[in-house]
Write a protein that binds this ligand. Structure first.
Ligand code: SF4
Length: 89
């Protein structure tokens, strides 16, 4: 038998990370319309006129706002995926 025993509660920080929604913005498609910035300013920000910055791991309290931003993006540049974690390569 392996796995059970000595330390079952090792992954708490990882699990918190894994629960975060992940987003990717296709910056080649993004036209800096800033809809996402208005809808989820805690995740998206414009630097300069055309440079979009964003937080790829969305905090749980921002998920609803990010969902609106995904829906509102006029060029569908934002992709929201599942939880982070299992993509080590
Ligand atoms: S709404 Fe879409 S096009 Fe506009 S800044 Fe955000 S990602 Fe870019």
């Amino acid at each position: 038998m392996s796995g059970a025993g000595a330390g079952g509660v090792v992954r708490e920080p990882e699990e918190r990370w894994c629960r975060m929604l992940r987003i990717v913005v296709d910056l080649n498609r993004c036209q800096a319309y800033a809809q996402c910035v208005f809808l989820a300013p805690g995740v998206f920000a414009l630097h300069g006129e055309e440079s979009l910055m964003y937080t790829p791991a969305v905090p749980p309290d921002q998920e609803e706002r990010v969902g609106r931003a995904v829906a509102a993006c006029p060029v569908q540049a934002i992709t929201a995926g599942g939880a982070a974690g299992a993509d080590a390569g």
